[in-house]
Design a protein. Structure first.
Ligand SMILES: Nc1ncnc2c1ncn2[C@@H]1O[C@H](COP(=O)(O)OP(=O)(O)OP(=O)(O)O)[C@@H](O)[C@H]1O
Ligand SMILES: [Mg+2]
Length: 377
């Protein structure tokens, strides 16, 4: 770790490269140089310099492209533009793309030294901020998990007391009192559900959940999940249909958790669709993926809220508020999809409906191996 800070200069002007090298080496830094962009990117990827100076105007790959590539590839790197008079406006764009500052030509050795010092300090602050943010996120998560765990046993006890209270009370309580007991029971039940959801989510992240993965036929699994949800559909006067090809490639997955993914999404579709609405589930596939769409004719999600629906505890306020929920259902679904190497996304139009699309990698190796061994035999 106590190597000298490494500075990379990418500039097509040899005299400028040499001048910078001399100044910076005298100040105790290690220096690498490149005369053009591609070589510069190669050196940066290989040697991970702390600071890179990039001439904005060079033949070949432009300084702006180098900034985009390096700020994406090496997050802790600090990029500084070297600009001529004519390129000062582009320097603003470069800073928006991730460069830290710019050095206008011509510059003195003192300016170069001062900016390098500042860039290195900036890097330390940037890394420290990142570390603190990660630490904070970890602590918050551990805290919720700890609290959830601790709340579980007293909740079970309260649930049991409420059940006993109902039995003991029998006909002795009037309707108002029994209603209150009933409502207490319902609220405790949702709290217990929320805790179970949260603990499941943290187990997925730990890698101790959804581990029993076998080849599965998604169509069968979806049919079972739909069947499970159909009484609720009937109750709400919603029709549900499934469209699927005769046969689809198998996927590798954990049956129990994937069933919960589908019951969650169908459950949402039922919950957020008014009576008389429709839910359509369709399965499609190509050689590489099996894709399932679940479309409803419900309330929809406002466009500005749609990017957040997979976030923990996020619920759309307003019309949907009369429905109970923890806002963890979709977080669970997303984590399970991630752990299957799949994807989940949603499109929606407010007042018209929502479509969830789930994409699973098909079990390729098996298809390939089978066809290979067939062709070999
Ligand atoms: N099919 C849908 N149509 C309209 N809005 C939806 C739909 N699915 C999800 N949403 C919105 O996204 C939010 C998050 O959904 P999510 O399933 O994570 O939580 P929830 O349904 O509120 O609670 P629960 O944890 O009980 O599932 C919901 O509160 C709702 O506002
Ligand atoms: Mg839900």
């Amino acid at each position: 770790m106590d190597r000298k800070p490494l500075i990379l200069i990418i500039d097509d002007e040899e005299s400028l490269r040499d001048g910078c090298r001399q100044t910076l080496e005298k100040s105790g830094y290690a220096v690498l140089t490149a005369g053009e962009g591609v070589e510069g990117i190669k050196i940066a990827r290989e040697h991970k310099p702390e600071v890179v100076y990039i001439d904005l105007k060079m033949p070949g790959i432009s300084g702006m492209e180098i900034i985009e590539i390096l700020s994406r590839d090496i997050p802790d790197i600090v990029l500084v533009m070297i600009t001529g008079y004519a390129t000062i406006i582009s320097a603003v764009e470069a800073m928006q793309k991730g460069s830290y500052d710019y050095l206008p030509k011509p510059f003195s050795p003192d300016q170069l030294r001062a900016l390098t010092r500042r860039a290195l300090e900036h890097r330390i602050l940037k890394m420290e901020t990142k570390r603190l943010r990660e630490e904070k996120e970890r602590m918050e998560k551990n805290f919720i998990t700890f609290v959830s765990h601790e709340m579980r046993s007293p909740l079970v006890v309260i649930q049991q007391y409420i059940e006993s209270l109902k039995v003991i009370a029998g006909d002795r309580f009037d309707k108002e009192a029994t209603d209150i007991i009933e409502r207490c029971g319902k609220r405790i039940e949702s709290l217990a559900e929320m805790i179970e959801h949260w603990l499941d989510i943290s187990r997925i992240e730990e890698g101790t959940f959804a581990q029993k993965k076998y080849p599965l036929n998604l169509c069968n699994l979806i049919a079972r999940s739909a069947e499970e949800m159909s009484p609720l559909c009937k109750e709400r006067g919603i029709t549900m249909g499934i469209q699927a090809p005769e046969s689809v490639p198998t996927i590798v997955g954990d049956e129990e958790s994937l069933t919960r993914v589908f019951t969650n999404i169908i459950g949402n579709a039922i919950k957020y669709t008014p009576e008389g609405g429709k839910i359509m589930i369709s399965v499609e596939n190509d050689e590489y993926y099996v894709t399932v769409s679940i479309a409803d004719t419900g309330s929809g999600v406002p466009a500005d809220k749609l990017p957040f629906i997979f976030e923990p505890f996020f619920r759309v306020r307003g019309k949907n508020e009369r429905h109970r929920g923890s806002g963890l259902g979709l977080t669970f679904c997303k984590k399970i999809m991630d752990s299957h190497g799949g994807e989940i996304g949603a499109t929606s139009r407010e007042g018209e409906g929502t479509t969830f699309v789930l994409k699973f990698p098909a079990q390729l190796s098996l298809i390939r191996k089978t066809s290979q061994s067939l062709s070999q035999s």
